[in-house]
Design a protein around this ligand. Structure first.
Ligand SMILES: [Mg+2]
Ligand SMILES: [Zn+2]
Length: 276
């Protein structure tokens, strides 16, 4: 695939709320959630909350029904579909979980636009209860992913996942550019790993934006903030088109430098799309 790689955070990026809080609050479990929050990491807490819901008689269908009602700005699905139609390679990178994300993306008919969903694993156990695990295994009090940035939760360093995506973008001929969209503290580590030719799209006024403006020189990628779905759509599609134009402008030069015979350089039309 030749298109630009677009990596989306999920909560407060694709949907307009945090899916974990949305499920807990919508089903009336805010009090239990807040009571347990100081005592365990978020990822463990969500698995525990799924147990609380199950014990109180809430079914997985109840959870799915709530997820399908999660607020989403209609310009966001429009932007995702348009980027997909322009040939982009779309990925999710989220600290939510597989069941929540897939339920919502399928409900909006967006699942097929994404090459992969990188998130915490989930499965339904024999009792019909949703189990949520960590993306990176961790012990109580011990972080094993080894990231030193300091803003990643113990169960997931998004930067390490992005490193793998960046390696994929660099394989097979021309390096594909990467656009990253996110809002949270966990999106800061990957923003530091993007290269100069990549684009970071932080949600303005949210934690990742605050971290970036604290020390803008730490981010090599061009930074393009957005505040709502309309601005995300306009900014994202503008960058996708710009990447397409710049790639097309580079193509003849590359062909000349790398592979085109001398005779072709003298006046013969340059076929577009000969590379990749
Ligand atoms: Mg988020
Ligand atoms: Zn990290």
């Amino acid at each position: 695939m030749a298109g630009t790689v677009i990596v989306f955070d999920f909560d407060k990026t694709i949907i307009d709320v945090d899916s974990d809080n949305w499920v807990v609050d919508s089903l009336g479990f805010t009090e239990q959630f807040e009571r347990l929050l100081p005592s365990m990491p978020w990822n463990t807490l969500m698995d525990t909350m799924m147990g609380e819901l199950h014990a109180a008689g809430k079914t997985l269908d109840d959870v799915a029904e709530v997820l399908r009602r999660a607020p989403i700005d209609p310009r966001v699905p429009a932007a995702i579909r348009a980027a997909y139609a322009l040939g982009c390679d779309l990925r999710v990178l989220s600290d939510a979980n597989a069941f929540f994300i897939e339920t919502i993306l399928e409900h909006h008919g967006l699942r097929g636009c994404f090459t992969e969903i990188n998130t915490n694993p989930s499965h339904i156990d024999a009792d019909g209860r949703l189990r949520i695990g960590p993306y990176h295994e961790f012990r109580a009090g011990g972080v094993t992913h080894g990231c030193g940035v300091g803003t990643c939760p113990p169960n997931m360093c998004k930067g390490q996942v992005l490193d793998r995506i960046l390696r994929e973008a660099a394989s097979g001929g021309r390096r594909r550019r990467v656009i990253y969209l996110g809002d949270g503290r966990g999106d800061y580590c990957p923003s530091l790993r993007l290269a100069r030719e990549d684009f970071m799209m932080p949600r303005r006024g949210y934690p990742v934006w605050d971290l970036i403006v604290e020390d803008p020189a730490r981010v090599q990628a061009e930074v393009h903030p957005w505040a709502d779905g309309a601005e995300m759509e306009a900014t994202l599609l503008g960058l996708v088109r710009r990447a397409l134009v710049e790639e097309a402008a580079l193509l003849p030069l590359d062909c000349k430098l790398e592979s085109m015979p001398v005779a072709v350089q003298d006046g013969m039309p340059m076929p577009l799309g000969v590379k990749n």
